[in-house]
Write a protein that binds this ligand. Sequence first.
Ligand code: FAD
Ligand code: NAP
Ligand code: SF4
Length: 674
Amino acid sequence: MSASYPHLFEPLDLGFTTLKNRVLMGSMHTGLEEAKGGFEKMAAFYAARARGGVGLIVTGGISPNVRGRLAPNGSQISHFWHIKEHKKVTDAVHQADGKICLQILHAGRYSYHPFSLAPSAIKAPITPFKPRQMSSRQIETTISHYARAAKKAQQAGYDGVEVMGSEGYLINQFLCTRTNKRTDKWGGSFENRMQFPLEIIRRIREKVGKNFILIYRLSMIDLVEDGHKLEEVIQLGKAAEDAGATIINTGIGWHEARVPTIVTSVPRGAFTWITARLKQELNVPVVACNRINTPEIAEKILQDGEADMVSMARPLLADPDFVNKAQQGKPESINTCIACNQACLDHVFKNKRATCLVNPLACYETELVMQPVSSAKRIGVIGAGPAGLAFACYAAERGHEVHLFDSAAEIGGQFNFAKQIPGKEEFHETIRYFAHRLQETGVTLHLGETQSVESLSAEKFDEVVLATGVKPRQLDIEGADLPHVLGYIDVLRDHKEVGKRVAVIGAGGIGFDVSEYLTTTESPTVHPDEWHKIWGIDKTYQHRGALLTQKLAEPNPREVYLMQRKDGKVGAGLGKTSGWVHRNTLKNKGVKMLNGVTYKRIVPEGIEIERDGETQLLAVDNVVVCAGQLPFRPLQESLQAAGISTHIIGGADVAAELDAKRAIRQGAELAARI
Ligand code: FAD
Ligand code: NAP
Ligand code: SF4
């Protein structure tokens, strides 16, 4: 038990086995499942989380057969040779004193291949492939494949299985009339539609016996039209319990839903209200999920009786030792997940291996290793943005003597701008973490100091690392020096006054963020109830799918034009899994997004642009320039001339397409080899 988080560290007795605490590591596909040598890497990945104290781990989704694979090369568990591979994972987790369940996931119409199957032949809006309607025989066989997969998991040493019944995958497709138009015994009434998951649970239980964990992941709110009603969710939860489920995990929203459920602007713990509602009706433990990323919020959910366990997935990518750190009463040392999706979900959706923006070691446990050094160097690092911070902490952790300099009065670099954007408050946590980590690893910090080549020479560093970041690109058009032309730093750092009508030049990540900043009076995370209404979520659950018929209009204090020169969709380059949220947010606020723009000149009355061959004046009070960035490396040449061994990382190295993911990874990779 932990004095700080007594509910989080209360063991959970499941009758035949006991979990040491209330933390369930939620299922995440990492891409290692299909990679060459992936099972060894997966073993190291999960073992690190088991050593870190997680009560119960759930693996990424594995298909029970070929047709249910997520992608043509997707992983499945159906043959005896699969058992040997999975045993590498279960052995490693058990040696680390952990418990692990295999998630069985049949993707149904979400399969990204032409052989997909579904209850009815209705194409999903998020895949190009139309599924075939399953015959009665195929349904029977698929159920037996679920049971076979569970048996194979048991033979491979797993402590249990999770049946994926949410997020819009096959089981969810059977449950809702949106995707199930069948007229046989698997369609029609809800009683009929829910027989598919119930039969799966019963058949698994028959195959694996009593003493095996069986988690059923229940879709609590579908957030799509023709989704569940609350009474149906409760009915199914009770029936799943009767059929043999040990734990009910919860799922929020189908993948095709146009309501954000996990991105950074979703308030912390935004969906626990619905888990609380279900918990009242069930006897088995119920798990809360989505946007739970600190021990405080986890403890509060349990203390308030909203759930019996909390599921955290991405927070355990960000910090494998999250649980142990919480138990030791050191929450400030946790590397917090900022819910950016940039290195985890965005990677998986692009068929790349998942990792983490704030923890580049995640899923690279056997490759990016911070070995202690045999001979310590004295290293000077210039710039305490994400690149310099990551390098400094990892290099000091290895045993080097590190001095970190920044001309600014605070660490964090551009993250100090990012954290001010409404809905991006989580970015504070990364700066907090690094501040703590610098102390833990013994880095000497020098703030408010600009170094010269002479001062660096006098310090006699063995190596110097330049992490001085970027400078904003200046506009080269008539009128760019007029007083009403501002840069994003003027707005976000210097808080210069901005008028009611604004033209933003450049629609990259920063142009979007600045537009959000200018059109928001108060961050939605401050009033979670309003956030629900803005996105049309019905907390009274009177409508199917928990969708309101009318969304709340957000107040917008300004009229904003957001512009780019390219012809394509404005914001096309934003994150794969988060870009649509930014685009919808600005659309809902009436921001006018213009593509194919030529900037002619800036005049005191506004900005003249040409679009579709026509010149027009946008009458605005201010023009804010967010036109990308260039590398800033003031000392490079003089350091090299002085013969000082110099490394360049982050934006100082390459500014094009720079983000914090690259900056931090580059810092870590250099620290691992220096
Ligand atoms: P910087 O963060 O620019 O840090 C450079 C540091 O060097 C600064 O602290 C500076 O003071 C210091 N320095 C410069 N010259 C000297 C000198 N001569 N002596 C001493 N110190 C010096 N990225 C994402 O991945 N996701 C996001 O959601 C995201 N949102 C953003 C939102 C905004 C509004 C902004 C502006 C940026 C955002 N970014 C985001 C980009 C991300 O912040 C940068 O990619 C990242 O900060 C680059 O890291 P860096 O360490 O290379 O440079
Ligand atoms: P960016 O994404 O490269 O966007 C720069 C914008 O400026 C583009 O819209 C570009 O579009 C325009 N532009 C480029 N050169 C121009 C010129 N000479 N004149 C006028 N317009 C010009 O860069 P950013 O917005 O500065 O962001 C920097 C980095 O921070 C990005 O790489 C991004 O990954 C990261 N970031 C990420 C997020 C996030 O949510 N993930 C948020 C903020 C920042 P046209 O060429 O079409 O005009
Ligand atoms: Fe969290 Fe971002 Fe890391 Fe994903 S990449 S785990 S969202 S911090």
